[in-house]
Design a protein around this ligand. Structure first.
Ligand code: HEC
Length: 214
């Protein structure tokens, strides 16, 4: 199975994401107490930033493709096929990070795997922002001091009809989910809800920005 998206569509996505990112950065930093590097001129290493945007679009497409293979099945999916949706996406996220020298994680306030709980105030704020602004697809935020020099790219994850097989009502979750995730919070979603976000940390870009501004 391949997850290639036509280039033209990617370019469109990248453009609209860039526009929305600017909006998003403005909104988050308008909040009192948030670090204010947001007015910074466009980040220097735009190739790496564009690559991160494209990589997250592809990762999202991978999950949507995998989930859609479960739709419309006549036979009951086996435990093995059921497992082949979000776990591989999580593994691919980590691999993308390794390949590029980034850190890539999935984050959700209603999480299934506790590793995906928001890890800091910035992640919680961005999730909250995505919740309040469904029109924002992605945004950039400079890393906070304790996160080290770098830039974060956040990309929203929405609930599609195919997700409800495992993220619908509590009772309708597959048995392997109920057994393996005793503290699961990732159910009772509706189509169009915010499910979570991808969080990419690109190290050192912030340092490059401030150098360029000196
Ligand atoms: C076959 C069942 C299944 C389907 C269908 C499914 N998921 Fe998941 N989802 C899971 C499981 C299991 C996990 C926990 C994986 C892990 O341990 O990393 C998970 C985790 C996630 C996470 C990571 C955050 C967390 O809660 O741990 C996101 C985001 C997510 N799913 C989104 C989606 C979206 C969006 C769709 C539809 C396009 C979808 N899922 C469809 C079973 C499923």
């Amino acid at each position: 199975m391949t997850f290639t998206i036509p280039l033209q569509r990617l370019a469109r996505l990248a453009c609209s994401t860039l526009l929305l990112m600017l909006v998003g950065v403005g909104l988050l930093s308008a909040r009192p107490g948030t670090a204010l590097a947001a007015e910074a001129s466009p980040p220097v290493d735009s190739a790496a930033l564009a690559k991160a945007v494209v990589a997250m679009e592809q990762l999202d497409q991978m999950r949507i493709s995998l989930a859609s293979t479960l739709e419309g099945r006549t036979e009951e999916p086996t435990i093995e096929t059921m497992k082949e949706v979000c776990k591989p996406v999580g593994m691919r996220a980590i691999a993308i990070g390794k390949e590029n020298g980034w850190q890539v994680r999935q984050v959700a306030s209603k999480y299934r795997n506790p590793d995906h709980a928001p890890a800091n105030a910035q992640e919680s704020q961005v999730i909250d922002l995505f919740n309040r602004h469904p029109e924002i697809n992605g945004l950039w935020e400079p890393a906070t001091a304790e996160q080290g020099a770098g830039l974060h790219y956040y990309r929203r994850i929405n609930v599609e009809p195919s997700c409800l097989a495992c993220h619908g009502t509590r009772a309708s979750r597959p048995a392997f989910v109920k057994e393996n995730y005793p503290n699961d919070k990732a159910f009772d979603f509706k189509v169009g809800d915010l499910r979570g976000m991808y969080a990419v940390m690109l190290p050192e870009v912030k340092a490059a920005i401030s150098q360029a501004m000196e």
